[in-house]
Structure formats: structure tokens, C-alpha cells
Design a binder for this molecule. Structure first.
Ligand code: G1P
Ligand code: ZN
Length: 542
């Protein structure tokens, strides 16, 4: 039976950079999840009889919300629900399933790289029919619905056994529980030369893939150890756990420290990789060589033709604005356009759909291509492997060669987490007000030549996204960018992105934090950071 349950709106159900993300405790309030899911469905007319995809990163509360979503999808008239077995579905695999099975959209239960467990975070994202994150127009409609909701629809059907593959019905909806790894593996085998990568492993190439006790474990184990013959034990932390084993599943130099240290040690394998909570991020470290995500995008773009999927070339590139301009240098050399989009994957989808770009990426460890409409951690690892299988050079040599050819972008991001929201907003407002006066000012050796508040006009649909970050450009080619995070769940997080460009090969092997120190200091003083936030040092440096 379909029940109409009266409810009242909750404040703050506003999707951020990537869906609605809050503390688990907030999500566990009665009707909180139901309200948001109803708002998603209410904002989408014409879903009657359509197919919906459902799954999540396996974090605490995933299984409970899966059951709620099943009942609500049935009550709201969906014709078919494709549920990943155990409710375990990586974000890129969700994008793939939506596209492959012609779904109307998908619900992904994930707070990405944020910590899990009962005291951690939870999240709900909605992806549209092209497999990409809901664009701003849709998230705004969803938010508007959350504010006026008076009831939600749900069936009174019992819990479903979500661990058994097969078909059943819930009211009049068909529920299909499928193995998402199989579809994903099949796509990867089409994109990449699995034979060449298997040869690479046979030749003694060694690798560690840290799945961080999150959703990528089953995908990585099946593909790397199963299909490609990497030795057992290549994938570590490969079983998804509701609290990620107490780890913070963010593949960066802070939370994947152990992997980093291994890769810098004498016994390092040839390649070290990691992925995040929902499998869309990637970390790439060669033996003795960390690869910044910005550099990774550039190297992948310059070498993509070595993999079957991109053999006939790429149509264009895109990077999020705070990402370094390493990819721009490659695009320039290849006579391609490199689009600069606001932070968040949703801005890439239109460019990919229109065929304007083939590869895209973000400094936050997200890289992807036109194979799906999400960033894809394991895909990036496989593209690296394919390139290594053809070039047969250490990662370090590939990177150094790349810098010699295109120049090196020294890059760092400093995050100041848990700031008082008002203080952070005031800091940004004050800096924004001062932008016009900053142009032409000299600070030590650096001169600001341009300062602006980044706005983006989508070249495909003409929509405008304003206030996407404050940018300071220096005569030397250096740049400082300030923006507030749209995914944090505690107070505000200020992200400061700092880069400079070094074309001289003799000066490319220096320590980034050393090279960037004067700019880092300037980034703090210009923002009046200490006075406004009481902080002198960042919480996280990547
Ligand atoms: C962060 C990253 C951004 C990424 C998003 C979702 O968003 O900076 O690049 O797309 O997570 O993974 P932010 O917290 O900065 O808004
Ligand atoms: Zn993620």
C-alpha cells in the first residue's frame, strides 16, 4: 500500500558542491531522509514508469537509507529500480549504470571523502539522465521543494534482502538487484589495453592500491588482481566498511600518509594509488615521485592516445578553475581548447555531452573522461597503467620529462577548516571589496596584474555561475585563489590555492612548499587571515 505521510520542511536541505551532505545525526532525524528524497522526486516531473539507479558508498546508514529509497521510489511511481548489490555502488559506476540502462537518473548515497561512522557524515546526491550530477537548475528546484514539502509518499512494504542478485517487485515497481562491478569491468576492458597492462604486471611491475576501506575495494580487486593479474595483496584495505575502518577516505597526502611514506621509501613499489569513499577520486604516486592531481590531468592528456579509447585523439580539455594550468600548456601544444569551469563535476557534464572535451579534472584528485559523467578514480589509475605499460618508464621519469617539455607548475592547496561561518564569509566579502584596488600592487617580488571574482558562463546552455572564487594573478605567472568549500559539514572551510610556474628545467626539482612560501604568506596577509579567523596555519596542506 502507498502511504501519504504528512511532514514539515527542514531548514538547510540545500545541495552543495556535490549533493546534500550533513552529519549522520542530522540525517537520522525522523523524516529527514524521506523529505529530501521526496523533494528530489517532486522536482522531477515525468518520472512515472521510469528507471532509477540506487546505491551508495557503504558508509554508516547506507543500508537503512537504501530501504527507505526503495519504498519511496515504488510509491512515487518509478517503473524499475536498479539497485547495486548490498547497496554498494561507486559514484562512477552509478554514472555508468544510468547511461547504460537508459535510466531517468540515480540516487547515490555518499559523503565522498568525508569520514563515516555514526559520528561522521552522510550524503545524498542525485544524478540526471546523462549520468552526471544534477546541474544547478535542478538542485535549486530540489531545494525549493524541500522548503514547501507537506507530505511524502512511501510504501508499507517490508525490508528487501539487498544482498541477493535478482528481480522482484515492490508494489508495481520492478526491483533488480545487480552486480555493478561486472558492468564497470566490462567498460574498462573496452577503454584500455588489458593485455598490455597484464604484460606489465607479468614483467614484475609492482603496485599498491589503497581502497581506504571504501567502495572501490571490490572494483579494484576484480579488475587489478582478477582481470589484470596483479599479485594478490596489490589492493589493500579492499573491503568496504561502514566507518572506513576509522580512516578518513580522502586520498591525499594527509590521509593517505602511509601510502605516501611507502612510496618515498627504498622498498617502494613502482606505483602507489588510492581512491576515496565513493570511488571518484584518485591519488597517483610513483616511486619517489608524488604526482599532483593537476599534473596528473596534464600527463594523462598528453599521453591519452596510448590507450585504445583515446587513440584517435581528444577533442578538448577542461579543468576546474582552482586546478593549476598544467593542462592548459598541454592543450596549447595540442592546439586544443582548455575550458576553465567552476569547482564541482557538474560543470563538466555539458562540455562532455556536447563533445567539446574528452578529458577533465580537478586539483582535488578528480580526473575523468567522456566514458561517464563523473570523475572516476579507478579509471585514472587504469589510464596511468596503460600509459606505463606502453612507455615502460618509471613515473618519475615521465613526470620530469613532462615538466621539461611544458614547464612545472608548483602547486599547493591550504585548507583552513572549521572556521566560524560568519568570519569566513566576512573574510571573503572584505577581500572581494578590495579586489579592484589590488591590481597593480607590488608585494615583495610579486606584482598583481589582475584580480577578479570568477564567474562562468556555460558555453553550451549559456547559464551563468557567479562568485566561484576570488583570483589574484601575478606578473610572474603565479596565482592565488580563495574560495569557501561547498562540501564541509562543520562551520566553514576556506581553501586557498597557490601556484607558480617554472619553465627552467634546472629549477624544477625544488620542494613545492619552499618555493611557494612567499606566496603562501602573502595569501594569508592579503586575506587578513589571522585577525579574522585566529588561524596562522592551515588544517590541511595538499
Ligand atoms: C570539493 C572539491 C571539489 C570537488 C568536490 C566533490 O568541493 O574541492 O573539487 O568537486 O569536493 O568531490 P569543495 O568542498 O571545495 O566545495
Ligand atoms: Zn568522492
Amino acid at each position: 500500500m502507498i502511504l501519504t505521510v504528512p511532514t514539515r520542511p527542514f531548514d538547510g536541505q540545500k545541495p552543495g558542491t556535490s549533493g546534500l551532505r550533513k552529519k549522520v545525526a542530522e540525517f537520522r532525524q525522523p523524516h529527514y531522509v524521506e523529505n529530501f528524497i521526496q523533494a528530489v522526486f517532486a522536482s522531477l516531473p515525468d518520472h512515472d514508469g521510469e528507471t532509477l539507479v540506487l546505491g551508495g558508498d557503504g558508509r554508516f546508514y547506507n543500508r537503512e537509507v537504501v530501504q527507505i529509497a526503495i519504498r519511496m521510489a515504488a510509491a512515487n511511481g518509478f517503473g524499475r529500480l536498479l539497485l547495486a548489490r548490498g547497496g554498494l555502488l561507486s559514484t562512477p559506476a552509478a554514472s555508468l549504470l544510468i547511461r547504460k540502462y537508459g535510466a531517468f537518473g540515480g540516487i547515490v548515497l555518499s559523503a565522498s571523502h568525508n569520514p563515516g561512522g555514526p559520528n561522521g557524515d552522510f550524503g545524498i546526491k542525485f544524478n540526471v539522465a546523462n549520468g552526471g550530477p544534477a546541474p544547478e537548475a535542478v538542485t535549486e528546484r530540489i531545494y525549493a521543494e524541500t522548503r514547501k514539502l507537506s507530505h511524502f509518499l512511501i510504501t508499507d512494504t517490508p525490508d528487501v534482502d539487498i544482498d541477493r542478485l535478482g528481480k522482484s517487485t515492490v508494489e508495481s515497481m520492478t526491483l533488480e538487484i545487480i552486480d555493478p562491478v561486472a558492468d564497470y569491468r566490462e567498460l574498462m576492458a573496452k577503454l584500455f589495453d588489458f593485455g598490455a597492462i597484464a604484460d606489465l604486471f607479468r614483467s614484475g611491475f609492482s603496485m599498491r592500491f589503497d581502497a581506504m576501506n571504501a567502495v572501490t575495494g571490490p572494483y579494484a580487486t576484480t579488475i587489478l588482481e582478477g582481470s589484470l593479474g596483479a599479485p594478490k595483496g596489490t589492493v589493500v584495505n579492499g573491503i568496504p566498511l561502514p566507518d572506513f575502518g576509522g580512516l578518513h577516505p580522502d586520498p591525499n597526502l594527509v590521509h593517505a600518509r602511509e601510502l605516501y611514506e611507502l612510496m618515498m621509501s627504498p622498498g617502494a613499489p613502482d606505483l602507489g594509488c588510492a581512491s576515496d569513499g565513493d570511488g571518484d577520486r584518485n591519488l597517483i604516486i610513483g616511486r619517489g615521485q608524488f604526482v599532483t592531481p593537476s599534473d596528473s590531468l596534464a600527463v594523462l592528456a598528453a599521453n591519452a592516445h596510448l590507450a585504445p579509447a583515446y587513440r584517435s585523439g581528444i577533442s578538448g580539455l577542461a579543468r576546474s578553475m582552482p586546478t593549476s594550468s598544467a593542462a592548459d600548456k598541454v592543450a596549447e601544444a595540442m592546439r586544443l581548447k582548455c575550458y576553465e569551469t567552476p569547482t564541482g563535476w557538474k560543470f563538466f557534464a555539458n562540455l562532455l555531452d556536447a563533445g567539446l572535451i574528452t578529458l577533465c579534472g580537478e586539483e582535488s584528485a578528480g580526473t575523468g573522461s567522456n566514458h561517464v559523467r563523473e570523475k572516476d578514480g579507478l579509471w585514472a589509475v587504469l589510464l596511468w597503467l596503460n600509459i606505463l605499460a606502453v612507455r615502460r618508464q618509471p613515473v618519475k621519469d615521465i613526470i620530469r620529462e613532462h615538466w621539461r617539455k611544458y614547464g612545472r607548475h608548483y602547486y599547493t592547496r591550504h585548507d583552513y577548516e572549521g572556521l566560524k561561518s560568519q568570519a569566513a564569509a566576512d573574510l571573503m566579502d572584505s577581500l572581494r571589496d578590495r579586489l579592484p584596488q589590488l591590481s597593480g600592487k607590488k608585494f615583495g617580488r610579486e606584482i598583481i596584474v589582475r584580480a577578479d571574482d570568477f564567474a562562468y558562463q556555460d558555453p553550451v546552455d549559456g547559464s551563468i555561475a557567479a562568485h566561484q572564487g576570488l583570483r589574484l594573478f601575478f606578473e610572474s605567472g603565479a596565482r592565488i585563489v580563495y574560495r569557501l568549500s561547498g562540501t564541509g559539514t562543520e562551520g566553514a572551510t576556506l581553501r586557498i590555492y597557490i601556484e607558480c610556474y617554472e619553465p627552467d628545467p634546472a629549477r624544477q626539482a625544488r620542494e613545492p612548499q619552499e618555493v611557494l612560501r612567499p606566496l603562501v604568506e602573502l595569501s594569508r596577509s592579503l586575506a587578513e587571515l589571522e585577525r579574522r579567523t585566529g588561524r596562522q596555519e592551515p588544517s590541511v596542506v595538499t
